[in-house]
Design a protein around this ligand. Structure first.
Ligand code: UTP
Length: 289
């Protein structure tokens, strides 16, 4: 029987060097798109997929991410006294049921695979989702919900994929496709950051995964891969052929908020969705065109 998906791991221990100096004293995942930090988009997406338990993989200087999910008691009382209904409503999504959020320390950013291995006690023997908060996905149905539906249909691991220009394959985890129905593609191989001439396709994994726990013993070997980091892709490659493993061409648009142009594009796209901002944004975009 397919186990229900209830757990999500959110790695936030990276250094965010591409956003220095902004990230010198502030975690990248707290940077806002319009008025919500990146981490909030990931939490909202996960909740829509039925996730109930969250594990943040944090590191030095990342404590504000944990504080963000606290009850801000003084703020709450003041807003209530002043009857600031809208502001109180804006705070609601940042509250998480007591005991449903834990944080695990990754003492050194040794790679995404290492970050996930740090969550081994939380994961136990259950399927789990991974959301990289610097990928923000704008979609009708939450991207993770689309993956969860595919997980329940196949009973195996599923990752969100999209086509990337061939010359960019060396930035991503790339899959070797098997049977492909145009939406779901069977994964027969995985390579982290291949050169364009060596890439088995141009289908890249974005920062959304649902994995079954069979991947954990492979991660536990902590073998270093591309860039000298412990790569999640390498451990995932080891379970191919043992459990069903598919890529899902998700419906929606991903903004790579880990890089500056993707982050700026996300600001525009999400602001245009806000009735109170859309006209102003359109007007100033014309001005700078
Ligand atoms: P990135 O490589 O995109 O993030 O990792 P980074 O290292 O923070 O950013 P740059 O490249 O220096 O600008 C993708 C995600 O994995 C997490 C990051 O926090 C980010 O959410 N991560 C990465 C970890 O938690 N631990 C690691 O060792 C590496």
């Amino acid at each position: 029987m397919t186990k229900p998906l209830r757990k999500a791991v959110l790695p936030v221990a990276g250094l965010g060097t591409r956003f220095l100096p902004a990230t010198k004293a502030m975690p990248k995942e707290m940077l806002p798109v319009v008025d919500r930090p990146l981490i909030q988009y990931a939490i909202d997406e996960a909740r829509e997929a039925g996730i109930e338990e969250f594990c943040l993989i944090t590191g030095r200087g990342k404590d504000s991410l944990i504080d963000y999910f606290d009850v801000a008691f003084e703020l709450d009382v003041t807003l209530r006294e002043r009857n600031k209904v809208e502001a109180l409503k804006a705070l609601e999504p940042s509250s998480i049921e007591a005991g449903s959020l834990i944080a695990v320390r990754q003492q050194e950013p040794l790679g995404l695979g290492h970050a996930i291995w740090c969550a081994r006690s939380f994961i136990g023997d259950d399927p789990f989702a991974i959301l990289l908060p610097d990928d923000v996905v704008k979609s009708g149905t939450s991207c993770l919900k689309q993956l969860a539906d595919a997980y329940y249909a196949t009973g195996g691991s599923v990752v969100a994929v999209e086509e990337v220009p061939r010359e960019h394959t060396s930035r991503y985890g790339i899959l070797k496709p098997g049977h492909d129905d145009g939406r779901m593609v069977e994964i027969t191989g995985l390579v982290e950051k291949p050169k364009p001439e060596e890439a088995p396709s141009n289908l890249s994994i974005i920062g959304r995964y649902i994995l079954t726990p069979e991947v954990m013993p492979h991660l536990a070997k902590l073998e270093k891969g591309a860039g000298g980091e412990v790569q999640l892709t390498d451990a995932m490659a080891k379970i191919i052929g043992h459990v069903p493993f598919h890529g899902l061409r998700y419906e929606g648009h991903r903004f790579d908020c880990g890089n500056k142009s993707g982050f700026l594009e996300a600001q525009i796209a999400f602001a245009l969705d806000r009735p109170e901002l859309a006209d102003d944004v359109r007007a100033f975009l014309k001005k700078y065109n």
